[in-house]
Design a protein around this ligand. Sequence first.
Ligand code: MTE
Length: 320
Amino acid sequence: MLIRTPRPWSLSENQITPEDVYMNRRQILAGLGFGLTATAIGGGLFPKGAMAAITGLPAERNPAFTLDRDITDEEDATTYTNFYEFGSSKNIWKSAQKLVTDPWAVTIDGMVEEDITIEAEDLVRKLGGVEERLYRHRCVEAWAMAVPWSGIPLAKLVEFARPDAGAKYLRIETFHDSDVAKGQRQSWYPWPYVEGITIEEATNELAFLGTGLYGKPMPKQNGAPIRLVLPWKYGFKSIKSIKRITFTDERPTSFWQDLMWKEYGFWANVNPEYNHPRWSQETERLLGSNERVPTLKYNGYGEWVEPLYAAMPQTRELFY
Ligand code: MTE
């Protein structure tokens, strides 16, 4: 297995400070990937790639969600992405076109009235169709964007699933197919990508299931045909290309927690007061520019989500 030593160039995105935390071999490899800076952003040279086929677009914009900054250029948001299944660099958008997203069955199971496997497009229809929302997005790596997502409130899926009274969490899983996604041949990662949130978080008004971007079906590299969008949390919680949603009473262990629990926690709520062990979280770089702006607690969405955490100890555990 290839073992490399981190070099400054591979860590530039995050303005990473000298490493003072112990990392095992898996962690070093993952840390390298997480810090890589794209060298070949499309910049208008390439098309954005094939789209998946969820309809109902463009959707009506929900005016409740406004921005404090310009919308990110579409080319930047669709060519600078994190999708480790296709590699650990930011310019995987071409490799992601191999993913077949139509048909795409999604399974809802676990502590629910009845397990169900349903085509993504039928699910969207059953949940009442899509709306558009402008949301900020803050990656744990300290880059940020602001984009128009199309999709459905996640609360509608929870209602549709009819969870048992004892269900406390949603465990959400991405596809696993190393023939298509060559990043999944890297056996030191705990594939498939998994995330977890509480039912209270899932039914918060902000929690969104994204099915489109910029008024078009979701590009494959951004998580077609259906992904999570949780704008008050670091971006790694917003799991792409969802295949399974399991209701459970056990707190799920996420992909990044499994790899590097000291660096990526379960709650991962954005907060500039708690730095990542290797870099500052005080500011963020707006995608497509070198402008840095201050990062806001809960990414500016405290009004919506603070009540979710008010009774919990306000310690680092909530914010990494
Ligand atoms: N989902 C999967 N399945 N695989 C991933 O590697 N990366 C996460 C998240 N969801 C990731 C994922 C991270 S780190 C971020 S910042 C966002 O996707 C990026 O979303 P975007 O590429 O659409 O901007």
